[in-house]
Design a protein around this ligand. Structure first.
Ligand SMILES: Nc1ncnc2c1ncn2[C@@H]1O[C@H](COP(=O)(O)OP(=O)(O)OP(=O)(O)O)[C@@H](O)[C@H]1O
Ligand SMILES: [Mg+2]
Length: 254
């Protein structure tokens, strides 16, 4: 069974997609077989890797539409982007319709978990979650063995986290075991006093629940997405590449 890692935070632009792709690349470099599922209807992870819904046979949305887990068309959903060393289940705007499409579906919160259990063999499946609450995010959190919460080290950072905790608390009431999570400080500017202060606050709030690795600001991330590649390929010696390597080690040690 693969280990399922959900990258989630209901605040937008905090580094979820960057973390999903850079961690996938780091785990791949560590010799693991990795699948990234793009669950965000905006499809930023897919677009980053040069994959667009009109070019593919099936997408993550088809995983939710399968009648039974065994009928999930994984062989059509999963592709290997030309410039990546890991697999991708691309996004589709139809992920936005799941609220209505699945309205009357029984067990609609466990569809992804069951589909993954009947899915192809990977060491890790990384779920790039949408920045809004809904049936897709619930499916991701229910399926996850570990939820990674990227938090931008700025003063508005805790805003989205509160929403995510509300969602997790609601789910935890229905689940046999609480959702395991770790916070990840992102876009940290070492020279900014305000960033240092936020990092201290976060460490106080997430005692024992925060990755020791901190992801700093690095312009190479933007260069990587412009090139349709991951930072490890564009700038292997960069700080960003090194920090996601450290994060991968931590993830593997948990
Ligand atoms: N450590 C970093 N240093 C510099 N830029 C970064 C870093 N992490 C992410 N970025 C940039 O910040 C922007 C937002 O990041 P990203 O798309 O990963 O966030 P997100 O949480 O997935 O956003 P959304 O909620 O819209 O899906 C992107 O342009 C990305 O390249
Ligand atoms: Mg994103």
């Amino acid at each position: 069974m693969p280990r399922i890692l959900a990258i989630a935070n209901q605040k937008g632009g905090v580094g979820k997609t960057t973390t999903a792709l850079s961690l996938a690349a780091a785990l791949t470099l560590a010799g693991r077989r990795v699948l990234v599922m793009d669950l965000d209807p905006h499809g930023c992870a897919s677009a980053h890797l040069g994959i667009f819904p009109e070019d593919v046979a099936a997408t993550s949305a088809d995983v939710f539409r399968a009648r039974t887990p065994r009928e999930t068309p994984w062989e059509r959903v999963v592709i290997r982007p030309r410039l990546a060393d890991f697999d991708l289940a691309p996004s589709h705007a139809a992920l936005l319709d799941m609220e209505t499409d699945l309205a009357d579906r029984k067990g609609k919160g466990v569809l992804l978990k069951e589909a993954l259990a009947a899915g192809p063999a990977y060491d890790h499946v990384i779920l790039d979650c949408p920045p809004h609450t809904g049936v897709v995010l619930v499916n991701a959190l229910v399926a996850a063995d570990l939820c990674l919460i990227p938090i931008q080290t700025d003063f508005l950072a805790l805003h989205g986290v509160r929403n995510l905790f509300d969602t997790m608390r609601t789910l935890n009431r229905a689940l046999p075991r609480p959702i395991a999570y770790r916070a990840l400080a992102t876009m940290y500017d070492r020279r900014a006093k305000a960033c240092q202060r936020v990092l201290e606050l976060l460490r106080g709030k997430f005692v024992g629940r925060m990755f020791a690795t901190v992801i700093g600001l690095d312009t190479k991330f933007r260069e990587a997405s412009a090139a349709g590649r991951v930072i490890q390929d564009v700038a292997p010696g960069s700080r960003g590449a090194r920090e996601y390597g450290e994060l991968a080690k931590e993830v593997l040690s948990l």
